[in-house]
Design a protein around this ligand. Structure first.
Ligand code: LAC
Ligand code: ZN
Length: 477
């Protein structure tokens, strides 16, 4: 391959390693929808898309491409929101992990499971459930996102409050490096201080350091008792007091605590025909609470009702509903998950996936609303997300403009500056769970010190000196 650039030659070289029908031309990949991300952004044209079925194939492909300096773009379920699978301008090969989707059998009482990285998250959740265990990572895209992608992005989701992000759920990892070397770190140890814990470099690396091929993931006791409530609240400060009181009262049984503001809920109710609000008057905020326990928690629902009754009495909450059945619980959660698809009706919009310290969230919300109103009185601020984790999705919407109405990106830059300024003043992060990908490189540079960025670059250079692993993500070179 040395010196070659034509897609035909790259395809021929790939077909020497994997079977013909697992090497797709760019046209085939495009026809099958593999090249458009969930934001509708076209990822670009790879020379081809390869679908390996084993770690050895991934390794052989990587080795062949890296000696020729041809970029490798790993593809999971294509559900990422930060442009993490954008194809670089040079001839590149996309490696789809979708055919490597095995799950090892889960013996009863197992505390971990080995999976292939192309395994779809919902399939792993189901396999765990069938073995009376729980794999707790849960997010809106769980029906199509893949384990490898959730590792590469260190996904968070709705249960991170209790179970942590993907980083907290990975015990072992197998990774193929740019030059094809295989790092087999498939250990299932809870404690392991033998040298640097290399797996953590790859978790959250956005595919820039290597391709995750397999993982050992933690399993937990299954949930047998649950209670779900939606609470109407007048301001963000009250929602933080409710969160603190809930944690005090229910401890680790509090699995999720999600916030949705009035404008976000209104958008769901307007555009999702299955959505029903439990409240007659739209509250300023709603908080969605999920408690999970086991057989010792038979009274969970009653306990939650009694707890919320006292919060209504003292005026912390204005209204509350506790789901009386699993279908009512699903209906409440539907309001939260529907946000993923109704935002496209919000006109020109700029999404920020920020985090600030948990206690700072009310001040953050107030500051964002005030600053945006000052600069753009016509804008609608929508804030929703993972209150328990200090991770609020902040969407600045211009309802009277079309998504294409900012061609030069000048409004985007101004909005970013305002939000980033507020986030940094609170000691926060400009991306809490979606990652930097190719979309937020400038904002990484703007918000981290050059020493921190250089340390990141040094790691990248050590593991991928020729910049073939997912180039153009995290760093602009
Ligand atoms: C959510 C995704 C966007 O929480 O992170 O809905
Ligand atoms: Zn989120």
């Amino acid at each position: 391959l040395e010196g070659t650039t034509t897609p035909e030659q790259i395809i021929a070289a790939m077909r020497e390693i994997v079977e013909n029908d697992r090497v797709l031309t760019a046209d085939e990949a495009d026809r099958r929808g593999f090249l458009v991300d969930p934001l509708g952004k076209h990822l670009g044209r790879p020379a081809c898309l390869v679908e390996p079925i084993s770690t050895l194939e991934v390794s052989a492909v990587a080795k062949r491409l890296s000696v020729a300096g041809i970029p490798i773009v790993p593809m999971g379920g294509n559900t990422g929101l930060a442009g993490g699978a954008v194809i670089p301008d040079r001839a590149a090969v996309m490696i789809s992990m979708r055919r490597m989707d095995g799950i090892e059998p889960i013996p009863s009482g197992a505390s971990s499971v080995a999976v292939d990285s192309g395994c779809i998250l919902a399939n792993l959740q189901m396999a765990a459930r069938a073995a009376d265990r729980l794999f707790p990572l849960s997010l809106t895209a769980e029906g199509s996102c893949q384990i490898g992608g959730t590792i590469a992005t260190n996904a968070g989701g709705i249960n991170a409050l209790r179970y942590g992000t993907m980083r907290d759920l990975v015990l072992g990892l197998e990774v193929v490096l740019a030059d094809g070397r295989i790092l087999d770190m498939m250990r299932s140890l809870r404690k392991d201080n033998a040298g640097y814990d290399l797996k953590h470099l790859f978790i959250g690396s956005g595919g820039t350091l290597g391709i995750v091929t397999r993982a050992v993931l933690r399993l937990f006791p299954k949930v047998t008792r649950s209670a779900t409530a939606m609470v109407a609240i007048r301001d963000a400060a009250c929602s933080l007091r409710l969160l603190a009181d809930m944690r005090e009262m229910f401890g680790e049984r509090l699995t999720s605590c999600e916030l949705i503001d009035r404008a976000s809920l209104a958008l769901v109710l307007r555009h999702d025909s299955a959505a029903r609000s439990p409240f007659a008057d739209p509250p300023a905020f709603v908080v969605l609470l999920q408690l999970d326990g086991n057989d010792a928690d038979a009274g969970l629902e009653t306990d939650l009702e009694e707890f919320l009754a006292t919060k209504l009495e003292c005026g912390l909450c204005d209204d509350a509903v506790v789901a009386q059945s699993s279908s009512q619980s699903e209906a409440l959660w539907h309001l939260r998950h529907a946000l993923g698809h109704v935002l496209r009706h919000a006109g020109l919009r700029f999404s920020h996936d920020i985090s600030v310290p948990v206690e700072a969230q009310a001040d953050y919300v107030e500051e964002v609303v005030r600053s945006i109103a000052r600069s753009w009185p016509e804008a609608i601020v929508r804030i929703y997300g993972h209150l328990g984790d200090g991770n609020l999705h902040t969407i600045i919407c211009f309802p009277d403009r079309k998504p294409s109405d900012d061609p030069s990106g000048s409004i985007r830059r101004q909005v970013d500056d305002v939000i980033d300024g507020i986030v940094m003043a609170f000691g926060g992060s400009v991306t809490a769970e979606h990652g930097i990908g190719s979309s937020y490189i400038g904002r990484l540079v703007a918000t981290r010190s050059s020493d921190e960025l250089n340390a990141m670059r040094a790691i990248k250079t050590a593991l991928d000196p020729d910049d073939v692993m997912n180039p153009g993500k995290i760093f602009a070179l």
